[in-house]
Design a binder for this molecule. Sequence first.
Ligand code: ADP
Ligand code: MG
Length: 442
Amino acid sequence: MSEIALEARNLYKVFGRNPQQAVKRLKSGETRNEVLDAGTAAVIDASFTVNRGEIFVIMGLSGSGKSTIIRMLNGLHDASDGTITIAGDQITGIPAGRLRELRRDRVSMVFQHFALLPHRTVAANVAYPLELKGMAKAERLQKAEEILALVGLDGWGDKLPSELSGGMQQRVGIARALAADTDILLMDEAFSALDPLIRREMQEQLVELQAKLQKTIVFITHDLNEAMFLGDRIAVMRDGRIVQIGTPEDILTDPANDYVEQFVQDVDRARVLTAANVMERPRPVVADNAGPRTALRQMRDSYMSATYVVGRDRHLVGIVTDRDAVKLVRKGETSLASILKPVPQSVDEDEVLMNLFIPSVESPLPLAVTDAEGRLTGVIPRVTLLAALGPGPGATGELTIPMQPMPATMIDEVLAEAQNAVNAAAATDTTASAGENAEEVR
Ligand code: ADP
Ligand code: MG
């Protein structure tokens, strides 16, 4: 389905006296420590694919082999064994000249410590890869300005890097990598040197940029929260080996082993889990061709003072309240149309939990979750939202706005009254009863 931008197969890197022997012994089952006499096994049997347009994160503690992998991906290190292919072309074992082309045309890199040229202006730094490609000066400076605008640095082109803050310098680093206009961007701990708040801003900006530019990004970090926030998929490394590859949700909810589990224990779930991960079956909900009595029963059964109303294909069309529904029943009307109110709050399935608190507090009903087509796919009661964030303090009643549904007995009375009226008229409310089967709403 998705196109593969980059693939690593059974990749090994051993630094030291006898890499080939070390690889052979690793393959026959010896451990990293057992082969130390032959060399340091920095990467052991790593296999993964990166899809086009994906942010693929490689995460692990310091020394686990992340930088070594990324340096093999752009040819700065030879692999001791295994293969790397970029868009189908094998790059392991190619001559130095072609490696230079690779770095110029296909893969660019953003470094932890920015690696800007200190005596050149910001614009000249950004234009540097274009200079390598032989673009004329005026043209490349013009291009540099465009790219600087893209990373929020318009107007800063004439400054020197030292006149910029750390976060801004790294934007220059990113702009320079973008200037090369390669499909693949490698980022090795690109935000690790930045203050936490700036770092967060940069993460958000990278996600925005990615949505716009659709690059393929391999992002290295030792920070799990960063990995979870940025990664479409994450490879977790330990002592040279990849121990799990999965989506942030996979890794959070189904860690492959104790090591990964310990790693994810203190992750900020609010930034990782999405509405779709925690939502429940939509409830209360009625179809728009249902009548007020069905609506009231739904509300009574779920202890709510209102219910969602969905149209064809489960499109969310509004809510009705118990009081309005009662009035309608008393008037003997059967269509909800006249009492339909706009949905006060709804969120997209992909929204992270962090962004659900305010809508949740403002929503009189369990928060409605919709898909890209506006269909009601689930709801999130406030307690579910709190529970999803795991054990610990915070799950107090404080967030809960008291809601006062009408007492069930009162609704029953109204329904009974209505039933009597119907019986008395022995009448023909067929449209209502057709729609009055809540089970039709799924
Ligand atoms: P990470 O980026 O995850 O911190 P690295 O890939 O830098 O890890 O390092 C992995 C292992 O390889 C470490 O034990 C490190 O000491 C070793 N290593 C990395 N580069 C070299 C090198 N050029 N020479 C020898 N050992 C190295
Ligand atoms: Mg590193």
